[in-house]
Design a protein around this ligand. Sequence first.
Ligand SMILES: N[C@@H](CCC(=O)N[C@@H](CS)C(=O)NCC(=O)O)C(=O)O
Length: 214
Amino acid sequence: MIKVWGRDTSVNVQKVLWALDEVGQSYDRVDCGGAFGGLDTEEFGRLNPNRRIPVIEDGEFVLWESSAIVRYLAEAYGAGSLFPADLKSRAIAQQWANWCLTSVYADFITHTFSPLIRVPAAERDTAAVTAAAARVGKSMQILDGHLASHEFLAGSALTFADIEVGALMHRYFTLPIERPELPNAAAWYERLQTRPGFQTHVMKDWTQMKVPGA
Ligand SMILES: N[C@@H](CCC(=O)N[C@@H](CS)C(=O)NCC(=O)O)C(=O)O
């Protein structure tokens, strides 16, 4: 059985759990990271010398970096569906998944979400958060334009790209920040909410992660 290392409040762990759900693989999960600690042990350092979650063990095979894990699971257990068989659909899925990593993730998770929940309001650089949220809004408008004519990111079916990008959407649409009008992205977010794996693993109450005063 696949073993997943990482607390389920991490968005990077959540996308792995959602992918596992989509491909119908059962797993054991070890709570570690955050308040659970456990990333500084020798055993964990052997699994991931970066001491970050998530990590998976699939038999003897060890893999870290959440996007690599999601794509591995998609190809190993969801070939032809989560991992499209068609070369061009697969390339489009890679395009959006990579776009999320390079154009959205840092501005949203590192510079918008994290300061809003991990930094007390009195100590927060509000102007920097507002500027980052505005940059994310611009990226979301690009996503929205694509979704005007696509049900899912690579066409008419859910792929690994929807999981990688979509894992951020619950936080994006529920965070108290300025957002542009995003009718197509909002409709896609609603479609994602019909997936049991999204409901179970991604739609978590992130307010519990707030530090006092945040
Ligand atoms: N690019 C890495 C990022 C890994 C990462 O930074 N994980 C965070 C949680 S989202 C972590 O391990 N933080 C330390 C902790 O939770 O204690 C990935 O996608 O897997």
